[in-house]
Design a protein around this ligand. Structure first.
Ligand code: FE2
Ligand code: FE2
Length: 280
């Protein structure tokens, strides 16, 4: 599938393309470390969000603990500077764990078993689908985390835990608090975050150095699938008002992208005069 075909539904889903002024800021050499450091954290947060959904809705306590243990070395490194940043063994473990296409019959099913009790208690009938889609997503986001880190380390870029932009928080503020609305809204937010990430990778890829161009193009396929997986899950669990909610979040997302931010980040809005002065 060509990049333009891959991006077509994403462009249709988002209210606005990324403004040129953000692209101009993102491709400034003096912003490259911030771009990669923030991208690194976005990959981890994407994995954490998916894991939170599994723990909240789909798996039992034992499985939730196993999920947390899977993520722990990545969180230790990112938040507590513990470890040397070599995640190859954890990533290959996650590949092995989900290598079977028939998930229900795979080894992983005993490791991450569905909790029937939890599902019936929350009246949640889509546990299998949520698990298969989210486990694949977590594996891929952690793999991306390892790839970004490897690029940063090879370039001797300092890794700092820079604060997040207001973007994801700004979307999640609109998530309703009662179920099943809370879950479907969260899944819609996931679809917008993945769609915008994919759109931005494609927008900046041609303007970066050859290694980063190749890397960002290589991310498009999986990020586009993450968008459609979230959206399909939202439509599966969502109620009659799902299209109305998608429209609502589309407007919120567009506003976050088209209003000003003082700090450049991967999901920041228009660069303000303050942001521009920092890289002038
Ligand atoms: Fe990713
Ligand atoms: Fe993703």
């Amino acid at each position: 599938m060509s990049t333009s075909v891959l991006l077509q539904p994403i462009h249709a889903f988002l209210s606005h393309p990324t403004p040129q002024s953000w692209i101009d800021e993102a491709i400034k050499p003096q912003n490259l470390t911030v771009l990669l450091a923030d991208h690194l954290m976005c990959e981890l947060k994407a994995a954490q969000t998916a894991m939170l959904l599994l723990r909240r809705y789909a798996v039992d306590t034992e499985s939730a603990d196993a999920l947390l243990a899977w993520l722990k070395p990545f969180e230790d490194f990112a938040y507590r500077q513990v470890g040397d940043g070599d995640f190859s063994s954890y990533i290959s473990l996650s590949k092995k764990l989900i290598s079977r296409s028939n998930f229900a019959d795979g080894d992983f099913s005993s490791y991450i078993s569905l909790s029937k009790k939890l599902i019936s208690r929350s009246n949640f009938a889509h546990g299998d689908e949520l698990i298969s889609k989210m486990v694949l997503l977590i594996k891929e986001e952690l793999h991306h985390f390892g790839q970004v880190l490897e690029i940063m380390q090879a370039r001797n870029m300092p890794y700092d835990n820079i604060g997040a932009s207001r973007y994801a928080r700004g979307l999640m503020q609109h998530v309703r608090t009662h179920e099943p609305a809370k879950l479907s809204d969260t899944l819609i937010c996931g679809a917008f975050i993945e769609a915008r990430s994919c759109e931005r990778f494609a927008a900046i890829a041609p303007h970066l150095d050859p290694e980063l161009t190749k890397f960002y193009i290589s991310l498009l396929r999986s990020e586009a699938r993450h968008y459609s997986d979230y959206l399909n899950l939202a439509r599966t669990v969502g109620g009659d008002d799902i299209e109305e909610r998608i429209t609502h979040f589309r407007q919120v997302e567009g506003e976050l992208i088209l209003t000003e931010d003082d700090d450049f980040r991967f999901h920041s809005g228009l660069p303000s005069a303050v942001a521009l002065a920092k890289t002038a």
